[in-house]
Design a protein around this ligand. Sequence first.
Ligand code: UD1
Ligand code: CA
Length: 462
Amino acid sequence: MGDQYAVVLAAGQGTRMKSKTHKVLHPVCGKPMVQHIIDNLKAAGIDQILVVVGYGADSIQNQLKDTVQYAMQEEQLGTGHAVMQTRSLLKDKEGTVLVMNGDTPLVTPQTIEALFRVHEAQKAAGTVLTTEFGDPQGYGRIVRNANGDVEKIVEHKDATEEERNIREINTGIYCFDNRKMWDALSRVNNDNAQGEYYLTDVIEILKASGEKVIAHKTPDCDETVGINDRVQLARAEKILRNRILEEHMRNGVTIVDPDTTFIDAGVEIGRDTVIYPGSILRGKTVIGEDCRIGPHADIQNSRIENNIAIIHSTLSDCMVKEGTHIGPYAHIRPGSELGRGARIGNFVEVKNTTFGDGSKASHLAYIGDAEVGDNVNIGCGAITVNYDGSNKHKTVIQSDAFIGCNTNLIAPVNVGRGAYIAAGSTINKDVPDDALGIARVRQTNKENYAEKLRNKKSFGGK
Ligand code: UD1
Ligand code: CA
């Protein structure tokens, strides 16, 4: 067995997507299509990967960085022409090259490995991965001869009525003997319906020159769906979503209603965590064991430790430590770190704040750009006034402080350890440790005034 290489074709514009975003950068379950492909190739043990870029090359290079090598296809003259652009990097190599389209992100590492295995075991010059679709519309068809051997691939647009009835399709994934592929590629022309240099013609050329060409048919047609437009994108998303959900369930996560639960590729969840309906877990989120997530939790790029409840709440780019309870209806924004056994309740917004162990903000509060110590109690309606119209300022609330209801803490301000703030205060000066800060107008009661008012009203003419 020689070396293994992979070429991923991603230079086409993907006009059928009708999008400003490059086709292969559209996310499927949160991860760009082409990133799925690179991750799957690497998981299959292939490290030497060439990506052919052209249209929107920068955006792809920006995504994949230096994890792969690039070849440039200045003009998109077809899939065969795209492979030709890797010539200087590949043509002298011995071994097997896998070529695949950048728009088939669901193919698993197992299938890629199996394709290599079959191709190498059979000592074929070319092996095409095929599958059968009930509706093969748009795909290249596999034409076999009377013996059942692969003869050629005919594109949908070039196919005869009879050929269009063939259900076995080209998935756009192939293994080739590298040297033989280069030989055949040099003979591909663009004499077809689209005036393009088709990679698919390599199969017919190899066959005609007496080389061994075979098909490896995979039974799981879901894996090989190619994404050309947004209808296929949604189909792929659904397939991958179910795969991800099943994997979590098999690993010990309860998902009460898989139909209304959305989990991105790469999210980690610990055992015995229960996900309730309507929840969306996105990006680089990691959730521990024994958590209760949802209903309707939207969590993005966040690290959630064990035994945490998050109910009807939105969290992004934050960290939550063990035993904390969030929601219902809380919003935890980027840069926040909530301590152990904390409580963030109804209609509380927290932004860029460290919130200490055992601290509570149970109702209707805004805590932004703050450092809150341990066992602090923040009353209903309290807010940090962190923005003066041009700059953000910090509020420090030290451990064991008690912030009365409807307090305004005008930052920058420091509330000392164990201090009390009287309800309704507007605090703009530091409060020392253990002091009571009170800043509100004193109440006056006007005796019998209410009765006077009532009388006034009843005599007031209409
Ligand atoms: C291709 C196959 C078809 C197969 C289908 C599977 C050819 C001629 N046809 O058709 O047999 O059933 O995939 O999904 O190969 N690309 C370039 N440069 C180009 C043209 C395309 O890099 O000049 C890239 C595209 O970015 C894309 C991939 O090649 O990632 C496939 O191109 P696409 O236009 O989607 O081919 P299909 O029509 O789907
Ligand atoms: Ca395609």
